[in-house]
Design a protein around this ligand. Structure first.
Ligand code: ATP
Ligand code: MG
Length: 649
């Protein structure tokens, strides 16, 4: 007789459960999915000791009759998929018929359920996969599943659970994701001590985000809405200033299912263009709807990933949708009330202000240091510093195109750039107070529609402050402009435009640069050599993993071309992008690095330069952020100032 024997069902179920049930949060996820599939409109999740001791999911869905309630615990028992054909067009969250069997194999489960047509409820107890006789009980409509003592019979797995707090946090995250995926369902998440959060279930995704992140944060989010014949993209994305250091605020749903997908995350980032601060991750909650045949949901044991049949297509659509949401809204951060209060509390200015001291102590901004040591290509902005005003070393300004010239690039009629506050009162009516301390009210938007801004926006420079800021007003609001960030933005748009319109030429290097690359980068570079050449960067193989750079884009003239070439090569996209997307990405990279390298520390601005700067900003596509995502403007509306000065309450 051979050695092979068939496993008992309970052993097979325990092994299978290893895939599905890793921790309390996995149970919570499966049970919520079942409740949603059952059409629930209210779902309550209760956790005791982080869900390890007990977790309960109660819903008001369709419920089960007696035979379904007992069959539900059998492996491969499902009401959702009947044949192979169904598997290619899954519209439900569940489809394997495994979850309940798996949970019941490694815990004690009590199921109480009642359908709308039944006069009583059914109670089923399963312990370690063994079912006790069914009981009839009084019950409300819907289903309640209690899972106690998870992993009581598999001590090895119990050992791998983390602290109560960690396990609870993971379960809460699952409920949050579910709530975001279904704003039309009211979720309550509670512990034995208190309610952790609740969503109203009124269909408003912003309301869900408000209960998760707070009203102030949720109010600032921008709407995404894009429909193509194949896809529908909806949801909310954060403003660039809402970026986080981790991806914890990124939520993606595909046909209602929370999933992770790096390519789509990167597409969202691409949609921000260069508005996101370096090192920051966007916050968003984006739902993608598509024909279920275009996406395979059966590729991950926890259904946490999906595979798209046309991933590049999906990514392009998402990037476009996000870009549109951000482009349509121009984003001038308004100082929050807390900041404004601090302003009123600032000590009165010392009257014995000494410009010389100020100059000596003027900090050099870290991001202006990239071009240090690079010489040549100098275009001097000229010394305009009148005596007694802070002035800055000529070296620090050597390579900046004069602001006057920049202003001229944005061709303007003679009257433009001259502020006539009264004539333009109302031109920027949309600029209203953004006070995130208050609860939701209508006048919170702080955006100027692009059309209104482009045609009518006139910024009048008032002067320079602290050596690094420009004060300006447009008849409606008072602005503080970070002159470095502003200059970077203007240079960036100039470089970008020149690249995009093919006005950038290859500049031969007298001393070509030899670089030794990591193998993967080398492969990428040689593969993309032709496109790089179109950007002005000629890269030739030079034996082994070495390359020789013979020309660089002429927008880099006078800058540290070695560092810029290295940075550009490093930033080459990993995946194959469509030609247009490739160039779009690379224009960003080439222009961002170049403008960063071009901008240096403090400089004094003449009245003419101030005007050129303001004029150039009003013509810029996105004057409100530097290419690295930092804000260029702070804004106080007249109304806000009146409030702060207690002229109005
Ligand atoms: N809360 C519920 N309300 C109504 N019916 C439910 C509920 N939970 C489970 N069921 C029924 O029990 C069946 C088995 O559930 P189970 O979660 O094990 O499998 P599934 O949802 O079909 O697939 P998957 O394993 O992918 O989750 C479901 O198909 C459904 O018919
Ligand atoms: Mg299920």
């Amino acid at each position: 007789m051979g050695n092979i024997q068939l496993m008992s069902t309970s052993l097979a179920n325990q092994i299978a459960a290893g895939e599905v049930v890793v921790r309390p949060a996995s149970c919570v996820k499966e049970l919520i999915e079942n409740s949603l599939d059952a059409g629930a409109k209210h779902i309550t999740v209760s956790l005791r000791e982080g869900g390890i001791a007990e977790l309960v999911v109660q819903d008001d869905g369709v419920g089960m009759d007696e035979s379904d309630a007992t069959l539900a615990f059998a492996r491969h028992a499902t009401s959702k998929v009947y044949d192979e054909h169904d598997l290619t067009r899954i519209r439900t969250l569940g489809f394997r018929g495994e979850a309940l069997a798996s949970i019941a194999a490694v815990s004690r489960v009590t199921l109480t359920t009642r359908t709308r047509t039944s006069e009583y409820g059914v109670l089923v107890r399963v312990e370690g996969g063994e079912m006790a006789p069914v009981e009839h009980v009084g019950a409300t409509y819907g289903t309640r599943i209690e899972v106690t003592d998870l992993f009581y019979n598999t001590p090895a797995r119990l050992k791998y659970l983390r602290t109560v707090q960690t396990e609870q946090a993971k379960s809460v995250e699952v409920v949050q994701k579910a709530a975001l995926s279904r704003p039309d369902v009211a979720f309550t998440c509670q512990t034995e001590h208190h309610v952790l959060f609740q969503t109203p279930g009124n269909g408003d995704i912003r309301a869900v985000l408000a209960s998760l992140y707070g009203v102030g944060e949720a109010k600032q989010l921008l709407e995404v809405n894009e429909t193509t014949p194949d896809y529908k993209v909806t949801g909310l994305v954060g403003r660039p200033t809402q970026g986080r250091t981790s991806r914890s605020g990124a939520h993606l749903f595909v046909n209602g299912r929370p999933v992770r997908n790096l390519a789509i995350h990167q597409a969202v980032i691409q949609g921000y263009k260069n508005r996101l601060m370096i090192g920051k991750q966007p916050i968003y909650s984006i739902s993608l709807e598509m024909d279920p045949t275009l996406v395979d949901v059966n590729v991950h044991p926890h259904k946490a990933e999906v595979r798209f049949s046309e991933e590049a297509d999906v990514c392009r659509t998402v990037a476009r949708a996000v870009a549109k949401a951000l482009d349509d809204t121009l984003l001038a951060p308004t100082p929050q009330r807390t900041t404004a209060r601090q302003v009123t509390e600032v000590q009165p200015l010392a009257l014995d202000y000494n410009p010389a001291q100020h100059e000596a102590g003027a900090p050099e901004r870290a991001d202006g240091s990239a071009a240090a040591g690079a010489a040549g290509g100098a275009r001097h902005t000229g010394g305009h510093a009148p005596a007694g005003r802070p002035s800055y070393p000529a070296g620090a300004r050597a390579k900046q195109p004069a602001l006057r010239e920049l202003g001229a690039m944005y061709a303007s009629s003679p009257s433009e750039g001259v502020s006539q506050p009264d004539a333009h009162a109302g031109a920027a009516r949309d600029v209203v107070s953004g006070d995130s301390m208050e609860t939701a009210d209508a006048d919170i938007g702080m955006d100027i529609s692009p059309q209104a801004r482009k045609q009518n926006w006139h910024l009048r420079p008032i002067g320079q402050a602290l050596g690094m800021y420009v004060l300006a007003d447009d008849g409606e609001s008072l602005y503080i402009i970070d002159q470095h960030a502003a200059h970077e933005r203007i240079l960036f748009e100039d470089f970008y435009q020149r690249l995009a319109s093919g006005q950038v030429h290859a500049m031969p290097l007298l001393a070509p640069i030899q670089l030794t690359l990591p193998p993967t980068t080398y492969t990428r570079v040689t593969k993309m050599a032709e496109q790089l050449a179109e950007l002005g960067l000629t890269v030739e193989p030079f034996g082994g993993y070495d390359v020789m750079i013979r020309t660089v884009p002429d927008v880099w003239e006078g800058l540290d071309v070695h560092a810029l070439a290295e940075a550009t090569i490093e930033a080459l996209p990993n995946s194959d992008l469509a030609r247009d997307d490739f160039f779009q990405t690379m224009y960003d990279v080439v222009a961002t690095r170049a403008c960063k390298a071009a901008v240096k520390a403090n400089w004094h601005l003449s009245q003419e330069e101030l005007e050129a700067l303001c004029r150039a900003l009003t013509k810029a596509d996105d004057p409100f952020h530097c290419p690295h995502g930092r804000p260029v403007f702070l804004q106080w509306t007249g109304k806000q100032l009146e409030k702060e000065f207690k002229r109005i309450v």
